[in-house]
Design a protein around this ligand. Sequence first.
Ligand code: NAG
Ligand code: NAG
Ligand code: NAG
Ligand code: NAG
Length: 246
Amino acid sequence: MKVLLTLSIVATIFAAAFARDLPSFLHVCKRNDPNLSNCIKKSVENFKPYLINGLPEYNIPTLEPLLLDELEAEPGNTIKLRLKNVHVYGASNFTVSRLKANTDTLRFVVELNFSSLSIESDYDIDGKVILLRIKGSGPMTGNFTNCKGLVKLQAHVVKRDDGANYVEIVNFITKISVGKGHLLLKNLFGGDPLLGEAINVAINSNFDDFIKELQPSLESAISSTFLKIANSILGQFTYEMLFPLS
Ligand SMILES: *[C@@H]1O[C@H](CO)[C@@H](O)[C@H](O)[C@H]1NC(C)=O
Ligand SMILES: *[C@@H]1O[C@H](CO)[C@@H](O)[C@H](O)[C@H]1NC(C)=O
Ligand SMILES: *[C@@H]1O[C@H](CO)[C@@H](O)[C@H](O)[C@H]1NC(C)=O
Ligand SMILES: *[C@@H]1O[C@H](CO)[C@@H](O)[C@H](O)[C@H]1NC(C)=O
């Protein structure tokens, strides 16, 4: 009994400290592939179905929904808008419109198209526009079409205590653009239907400006979320497994 316990503890420690076997759903690309970008693009497309439900045993979370902690904007420095418990739906349904990969510099550029995204969150708004005090908190929903994401990432190879090389992303930059969309803030002014409706109309007729205010916060939330996810997936496999020489 004692021996078994010891063995299983040793096995657990080893499993945690060493790279694991490559799962079949990860299609790796050879370092000297003459069309490396195209190969990685195909691997990303192939990986998509696993993002719908996630694979916890490989640290892959579900993207349906994608959870973002908190977003903040201060349009015109007179209003403070805070979104919490942001649930994004449709993030796993993307197409890769462009991918540039370089295994020498470990620099990657990926452009994604999202044909339709929706969002559910809690909002809190407080501030003034001209003379009107805008105040409320409650649920917010929104639908967006034709969204694009541009991701630029820089990785490094690091040697770990086990002597093997691992890929670690050190810089992850996201740029988001939203095509069209519609937002609905419920319960503005404590539920006053006329004032609430007026503010929602005002927000949606200035949709582009409203989104622009949220953009920096959205982009940094997405970057930090995906940096963490990507590194916890990559950290399970060695550089040589992910980018074999031949
Ligand atoms: C890579 O593959 C894509 C798709 O098959 C093709 O359009 C492109 O021309 C190829 N590029 C090179 C450099 O071979
Ligand atoms: C996924 O996106 C495609 C277009 O890119 C769209 O036709 C399809 O309806 C979407 N599927 C879901 C489940 O949203
Ligand atoms: C991505 O969207 C742009 C413009 O919305 C479009 O021109 C392009 O064909 C799309 N690419 C893919 C792969 O869907
Ligand atoms: C988003 O789309 C759904 C389904 O078409 C609709 O029921 C909902 O009211 C829309 N929400 C917003 C904020 O436009």
